[in-house]
Design a protein around this ligand. Structure first.
Ligand code: SAH
Length: 355
């Protein structure tokens, strides 16, 4: 391993304080202010490290815009309405969503846009894409103003760091990141048994926990109960809960070993939808789904929208629309692994796609 500044920094931390939790490792590799992945890379898009649904097809954001407009109307059309996105990437989903929202002019006029984004680089891209909508930026949900809230987040939760635990003969042990004899990063397990209450999975299993996602679900749940509204999360992950090591690193559209070259690859792990929903319902909110992305988008009318969009386009554009939809819907691509989960306050109408 060539010693990049971030690797030297991690070595120093481990030598001084002992092996790091996987959660701490992810946090540093992604968010170190100088050498972390988000400080040094433009993650999303064909020229980035991975491609997300809004970058594949404009229909994704348009359908979500109509989903919001419908929910807003059936909630009594509150004006103003806070439309908030967590981790907007290049701002593409929000731009597509707004274009569709304009089909309900009163909804579009009522929107006050708030973006939660920690990357300065991505904030600049979003400012460019969404200039006309005059968004405000926030480092977290905590500073987003109170009021009826419609929140969306695509591929946001997977970026929040996870803790990992390994089941050994004598119980669960937290997995940590240590140094081997050459000073390279390696996984090691904490010799002490973990106090964390984990499922009765067999020896050799790996379990994951995402404390920041639980806190977020609780905060959003509390807000929705008090002030009304809904939140939509689309991400890859599992439902029901399952054991497994899902930590993955991706750089330039290729899988990468998670401990190789920290800061050079995006690090994520699958979302545990049941755990996330449970934290929101414990705060009094209602959880809907998750349903597969394919089922969600079909219920919202992706097929009809694709036909209308293709109408009058040339053959190449039509093929592009068609292959984009296939990628979003196909079982072997994003259709099943990706799932949609909605949270609402207690007396909200049933969100479209979740009945
Ligand atoms: N939603 C976009 C981008 C997904 S990438 C899309 O679908 O294309 C993850 C996004 O979340 C990036 O914008 C990243 O900067 C942001 N992000 C990751 N962790 C974050 C955190 N803890 N707080 C705020 N934003 C975060």
């Amino acid at each position: 391993m060539s010693a990049t500044p971030l690797l030297e920094h991690l070595r120093g931390l481990i030598r001084a304080g002992g092996p790091l939790t996987v959660e701490r490792y992810m946090e540093i590799a992604l968010w170190h202010p100088q050498w972390g992945y988000y400080a040094t890379h433009s993650p999303v898009g064909a020229h980035g490290d991975f491609v997300t649904a809004p970058e594949i097809s404009q229909i994704f954001g348009e359908l979500i815009g109509l989903w919001l407009a419908d929910l807003w109307q059936r909630s009594g059309a509150p004006d103003p309405v806070i439309v908030c996105e967590l981790g907007p990437g290049k701002g593409t989903l929000m731009a597509d969503l707004l274009r569709a929202a304009a089909m309900v002019p009163a909804f579009r006029r009522a929107i006050r846009m708030h973006l939660v984004e920690t990357s300065a680089k991505l904030r600049a891209v979003q400012a460019e894409t969404l200039r006309a909508a005059t968004p405000s930026w926030h480092p977290s949900l905590a500073t987003v103003p109170a009021g009826f809230l419609l929140l969306v987040a695509n591929e946001f939760l997977d970026a929040l760091p996870v803790r990992q635990f390994e089941r050994q003969a004598d119980g669960w042990h937290e997995r940590r990141v240590d140094l081997d004899a050459h000073g390279d990063l390696t996984f090691a397990s904490d010799p002490a048994q973990s106090a964390e209450a984990l499922a009765a999975w067999p020896t050799g299993s790996v379990a994951e926990r995402r404390p920041t996602a639980r806190t977020l679900a609780r905060d959003i749940g509390e807000r929705l109960v008090r002030q009304g509204g809904a939140a939509l999360f689309v991400d890859y992950g599992y439902f029901p809960p399952a054991p497994g090591d899902t930590l993955q690193a991706v750089a330039r559209h290729q899988r990468h070993a998670p401990l190789r070259d920290p800061g050079a690859a995006d690090l994520t792990a699958h979302v545990d939808f049941a755990d996330f929903a449970a934290a929101a319902t414990a705060a009094g909110a209602r959880a809907w789904g998750p349903v597969s992305q394919a089922r969600f988008l079909k219920a919202l009318g992706i097929d009809a929208r694709a036909r209308r969009l293709a109408d009058g386009k040339d053959a190449q554009q039509q093929a592009q629309i068609e292959s984009g939809c296939r990628r979003l819907l196909d079982e072997t691509q994003m259709g099943t692994l990706f799932k949609a989960l909605a949270l609402t306050g207690r007396d909200a109408p049933t969100p479209a796609g979740f009945d």
